[in-house]
Each structure stands twice: as structure tokens, then as C-alpha cells.
Design a protein around this ligand. Structure first.
Ligand code: PMP
Ligand code: GLN
Length: 393
């Protein structure tokens, strides 16, 4: 038989799916894959349920239903002061994953260089390769996750077509600083490069801080697209409703890719997300504050057990240094042992890097009920206490 395409088939099943399967097999508390364990607002779900029954349930417009495109444009104005034309500058997709695929397929031609910043969310690299792009990787690493601006500068060349930036960043829980964003913007303008901005965690930023899209920097309005996800903004990750905002001259080609990837997204979910985006400010501040409480609850528990918990400015994730905890040779070993022996699933941070990755850090997802967080800490504690006792002997 002839071979299948190795760009995808040469890869393992993603670390998120793998850890979720292991969590199920071992009846573990699943702090691996990033999803809340309570569904998002009931009123949003009710709008979706009612729209499903009332219909229509036929193909919605290819760009997305007008209500949702208007709501996305309005949200860009409300949160970021961006002036977005809903008819030409917004595209609805089946999740941020599809938005990323459409954007990469539309902008990247074979031989184009695309700058990627490790740690990388799982779909970036295969999609860039599938489009024929040449990945140019640089990295930020724990514990500081700081972007080296000199290294950044050397990554840009005449061949660079685009940079893909995930801000706030999974799993680093990093919010790029204004200086880092300014440097990226300056280089994009100087080298005439597009910015693909994965901003799915835009509303999950802590400490009363607000997300700042790269698109708002001088010269970026014409060359940046920003991608959001209702999954994250409304704690409904299974819905897979995403949206892209960008200049009309980029949304148009991206829509051409979208028409052959999925063409459209379930109409009832679009209607409900349009309703959700118009929620009052209290919804958004509560979402971030509740998550922040969970972050602190988990961080406190992990710190007490000896984990080196890194600062977390945003997202669903806490990264921890496991040095000295005796969990085996590296992060993969540690996660395997934790899920099998302690009954807690986490994700090895090395999975987000190419070769020579940092291997002493693991990621825990904290968007879980308090009782679930406590149960995980109890299990880790029970697992660690005999070791701690042994080390003390
Ligand atoms: N980008 C990042 C950084 C993510 O963590 C995720 C996963 N939730 C996605 C994109 C995919 O989002 P969606 O589920 O809307 O496809
Ligand atoms: N974004 C989620 C995470 O980082 C995973 C989503 C997925 O499994 N594709 O855990």
C-alpha cells in the first residue's frame, strides 16, 4: 500500500488526548487537557438549545451569521477600541483550531518562513508544514519565559511571511510584555510580515490586567489577524466556535480557505455565542476572578507539597518545577508516574518544544471545581508523603 501523508500521520496522538485517555484508564483526576469541569453559563446554553429547536438548522452564511459577526466586531470595539467592520473584517470558524488552519493555509506559500515561538500549541507546527512553510523556531523557557529580543530579530528575514504568536501563552501562562509586543510589531512592519495572533485566552487574564492585542500596535492593523475562541471565553470548549478579526484584504483570502475546510459552523451555537459576547462587564471580570481564585487554591496546595510553582498571569494553566520531588528522570516520566501511581493527570511541558526541551516542568490545569482541586492535592500529598518520609530518613 502507498504511504499516507507523514506531516500528520508521522505524529503521535496529541499529548492532551493521550493524557485524557490515561486519566480515564487510571481513574485519575484529570488536570491534563485544558477544559473546565463545569459547563459555561446556562443562559448561553439555553439560547443554543432554543435555537436548535426553533431552527433554521441549515447552512448558515459562509462568513458566519450576521448576529455573531456583529457581536465579534462590537467586542473588539468594546474591549480594545478597535474599529471593526462586521461585514468584511470578521470570519466565524469551527473553533480557534480551524481559524489557525484557515489562516495558515491562506497566507503561507511553499518556501515561506514562518516564525514560531516555543512552547508551541500542538497544531501550529504540522499546519505550517502542511502549508509548505518553513518553520523558524525560537523559544521562551521556564522559569522566566522572557523573549530574547536579539534572537527574535535574527529570526526575521526577507523570506519571513508570518509570525505566529500565542498571547496569553499556553502553557507558559505568560502575558507578553508591552516591550516584547512592540519589538514584534516593529519587526513585522520593518520586514513586511503578517502576524497570526492566537488570543484564545484574551479574557482569562488575572490581577485586574487587560489583554492587549498585537493588532492595536502601530502598523499592525493592516497585517495582523487575531483569533478568539468561545470555548475559552464561555467555558464551553466542546462547542468549537472561533472567530477571526483582521483587515478585509486578509479576511477575504482566509475565508477562501475556510470555505474548503469546514465552510461553516452550527447556526444555533453561533447565535448563542453572539448572545454571550454581549454579556455585561461583570461576566468577564467574574470569569477572570473565579479562575484566579482557583489558580491560587491550586498553587497554594502544590507549593505546600514542594512543587516549584511558576507565576501565572493568565490562561488555565500552572507550570511547576518538579526538581527534587523524586518523580523520575524527566517530565514525561513524572507525568506517567503521577497518572498511574498518584491518580492525577498533568502534561509534560517538553511536549510543547522540539529537541533539547526543558524537561523538569509539568503543567496542571486549574479550571476545575474546588473539590476536584482539593482531591488532586490530597492524592499528590498521599503519593508524596512516603517519599518525603523516606528522604528524611
Ligand atoms: N490555541 C491555543 C493556545 C489553545 O490552548 C487552544 C486549546 N484550547 C486552541 C488554540 C484551540 O481552541 P479551540 O478549541 O477553539 O479550537
Ligand atoms: N488547549 C487544550 C490544552 O492546552 C487542549 C485542546 C485539545 O486537546 N486539542 O490543554
Amino acid at each position: 500500500m502507498k504511504s499516507t501523508n507523514p506531516v500528520f500521520t508521522g505524529l503521535q496522538t496529541t499529548v492532551f488526548e493521550t493524557m485524557s485517555r490515561l486519566a480515564m484508564a487510571h481513574d485519575a483526576v484529570n488536570l491534563g487537557q485544558g477544559f473546565p469541569d463545569v459547563d459555561g453559563p446556562e443562559d448561553i446554553r439555553k439560547v443554543a438549545a432554543d435555537a436548535l429547536m426553533a431552527g433554521p438548522n441549515q447552512y448558515p452564511p459562509m462568513l458566519g451569521i450576521p448576529d455573531l459577526r456583529k457581536a465579534v466586531a462590537a467586542a473588539n470595539g468594546r474591549f480594545y477600541g478597535l474599529d471593526v467592520d462586521w461585514q468584511t473584517q470578521v470570519l466565524v470558524t469551527s473553533g480557534a483550531t480551524e481559524a489557525l488552519a484557515d489562516t495558515i493555509l491562506a497566507l503561507v506559500e511553499p518556501g515561506d518562513e514562518v516564525i514560531l515561538i516555543e512552547p508551541l500549541y500542538d497544531c501550529y507546527l504540522p499546519m505550517v508544514k502542511r502549508a509548505g512553510g518553513i518553520p523558524v523556531r525560537l523559544r521562551v523557557t521556564p522559569p522566566s519565559w522572557a523573549l530574547d529580543l536579539d534572537v527574535l530579530e535574527t529570526a526575521f528575514s526577507d523570506k519571513t511571511k508570518a509570525i505566529l504568536i500565542n498571547n496569553p501563552m499556553n502553557p507558559a501562562a505568560k502575558v507578553f510584555s508591552a516591550a516584547e509586543l512592540q519589538a514584534i510589531a516593529d519587526l513585522c512592519v520593518h520586514h513586511d510580515v503578517y502576524a497570526i495572533c492566537d488570543e484564545v485566552y484574551e479574557h482569562l487574564v488575572f490581577g485586574g490586567e487587560h489583554h492587549r492585542p498585537l493588532m492595536t500596535f502601530d502598523g499592525m492593523g493592516e497585517r495582523a489577524v487575531r483569533i478568539g475562541s468561545a470555548g475559552k471565553t464561555f467555558s464551553l470548549t466542546g462547542w468549537k466556535v472561533g472567530y477571526i478579526t483582521g483587515p478585509a484584504h486578509l479576511i477575504d483570502p482566509i475565508a477562501k480557505a475556510h470555505q474548503y475546510v469546514t465552510f461553516t459552523t452550527p447556526p444555533n451555537l453561533q447565535k448563542a455565542v453572539a448572545y454571550g459576547l454581549a454579556k455585561d462587564d461583570a461576566y468577564y471580570t467574574d470569569l477572570a476572578r473565579e479562575l484566579e481564585d482557583k489558580r491560587d487554591r491550586m498553587a497554594k496546595g502544590l507549593e505546600a507539597l514542594g512543587f516549584g510553582v511558576l507565576p501565572c498571569a493568565a490562561t488555565y494553566f500552572l507550570t511547576c518545577d518538579i526538581t527534587g520531588l523524586g518523580f523520575g528522570a524527566n517530565d514525561i516520566d513524572a507525568c506517567t508516574r503521577l497518572v498511574e501511581e498518584a491518580g492525577v493527570a498533568a502534561v509534560p511541558v517538553s511536549a510543547f518544544y522540539g529537541g533539547d526541551a526543558p524537561d523538569r516542568f509539568i503543567r496542571f490545569c486549574f479550571c476545575k471545581r474546588d473539590a476536584v482541586i482539593d482531591e488532586a492535592i490530597d492524592r499528590l500529598s498521599a503519593h508524596l508523603s512516603p517519599r518525603t518520609a523516606q528522604a528524611a530518613r
